[in-house]
Design a protein around this ligand. Structure first.
Ligand code: FNR
Length: 370
């Protein structure tokens, strides 16, 4: 049967993948309240469409950190993509490049920065986990820069791994034929079996829990790549990110895999956008599955969004073709949402095109804005 939306790939991935792999991709932390909320919060935002506007031409192009891309829809870093499909990160890199958008490669990719760069041209960001051994970090950042990566997405919500209960039950480890390829030469490429999630044990052993704002400054001394801080959910931390010299912020709750009962990212977005006061661009990831979701994020002030699970699920189902299709479906839906809302370019999308729960509780706030 024809696939008509991004969400349909999840069931196919579930059928195709071993339980340990699917559960790793799908799970959220603990009660998985935030996992559900990342979707549900989008469904509580409604539209205020404008009519009788010529929408025969629609321009979805945008610029991210100075790089021109075809649409404000980008690929988030997700680890271990070869567990989904033998071509893993290669397939994702090619699909993102074909769609004219940015791929973010995970530190924990099953393909190295050099291998991904060898797939051909494309604008790519590198997601960084900071290891206790700073020489390892410095080497890796240098390798990413040399391989042509354009920015660092520094993940700041993972001093320890969130408690993902299916990974604990499954005693999750990477299949033996795969490694954390970027760390292979550094003797940190293997994840041992443990009495827990193997990944949680790996993180406890290797990842630096002392990471703090001063390290954002330290990173700037070892690279000239701009730094996106990934995992900001509050106004307070937005101010600190600006002070620390971040080039941008990604409002993210790690796909609901870290602290459970944080708000949906779409609910936290406006607070961050207001605190940023245009000093740096704000992006969002978490639960984006429809073109309407992309539009809602942009109406609340995001400069673009990233998708995580739809990439791994479509990869599992159909490899590169699946990821291309996911990006195309989201693009088509987003274009349609723009047309039906009366927007012909991204700058036309504004706060008055949507109605949030808070707006509905306080209708005078809407008239005040008009
Ligand atoms: C992730 N995420 C993630 N983030 C990161 O900074 N480094 C990583 O290696 C990973 N790995 C990873 C694996 C899997 C299977 C998932 C689902 C997520 C988080 C990711 O970048 C992003 O924040 C979320 O996936 C966005 O939410 P959605 O689109 O999955 O709902």
């Amino acid at each position: 049967m024809e696939i008509t939306n991004v969400m349909e790939y999840e069931a196919i991935a579930k059928q195709k993948l071993p339980k340990m792999a699917f559960d790793y991709y799908a799970s959220g932390a603990e009660d998985q309240w935030t996992l559900k909320e990342n979707r549900e919060a989008f469904s509580r935002i409604l539209f205020r469409p404008r009519i009788l506007i010529d929408v025969s031409r629609i321009d979805m192009t945008t610029t991210v950190l100075g790089f021109k891309i075809s649409m404000p829809i980008m690929v988030a870093p997700t680890a271990f993509q070869k567990m989904a499909h033998p071509e893993g990160e290669y397939a994702t890199a090619r699909a993102a490049s074909a769609a004219g958008t940015i791929m973010t490669l995970s530190s924990w990719a099953t393909s190295s920065v050099e291998e991904v760069a060898s797939t051909g041209p494309g604008i790519r960001f590198f997601q960084l986990y900071v290891y206790k051994d700073r020489n390892v970090v410095a080497q890796l950042v240098r390798r990413a820069e040399r391989a042509g990566f354009k920015a660092i997405a520094l993940t700041v919500d993972t001093p320890r791994l969130g408690r993902r209960e299916s990974d604990i039950k499954n005693r999750f480890v990477l299949p033996p034929h795969l490694t954390l390829k970027n760390f292979e030469g550094l003797d940190l490429g293997k994840m041992d079996m443990s009495n827990d999630s193997g990944l949680a044990s790996y993180v406890a052993g290797q990842i630096d829990r002392t990471l703090s704002w001063k390290d954002v400054k330290w990173l700037q001394t070892i690279t000239s790549m701009p730094i996106l801080v990934k995992g900001v959910l509050t106004a307070e931390d937005t101010h600190l990110a600006v002070q620390a010299g971040a080039a941008g912020i990604i409002v993210s709750n790690h796909g609901a895999r870290q602290l459970d009962y944080v708000p949906a990212t779409i609910s936290a977005l406006e607070e961050v956008v207001k605190a940023a006061r245009g000093r740096l661009p704000v992006f969002l990831d978490g639960g984006v599955r429809r073109g309407t979701d992309v539009f809602k994020a942009l109406a609340l002030g995001a400069s673009g969004i990233f998708i995580g699970r739809p990439v791994v699920y479509s990869l599992a189902a159909e490899g590169e073709r699946g990821v291309r299709k996911v990006l195309q479906m989201l693009r088509d839906e987003f274009e349609l949402t723009m047309a039906l809302s009366g927007c012909t370019s991204l700058k036309d999308i504004n706060r008055n095109h949507i109605l949030t729960e808070a707006d509905r509780l306080n209708p005078s706030s809407i008239t005040a804005r008009l």
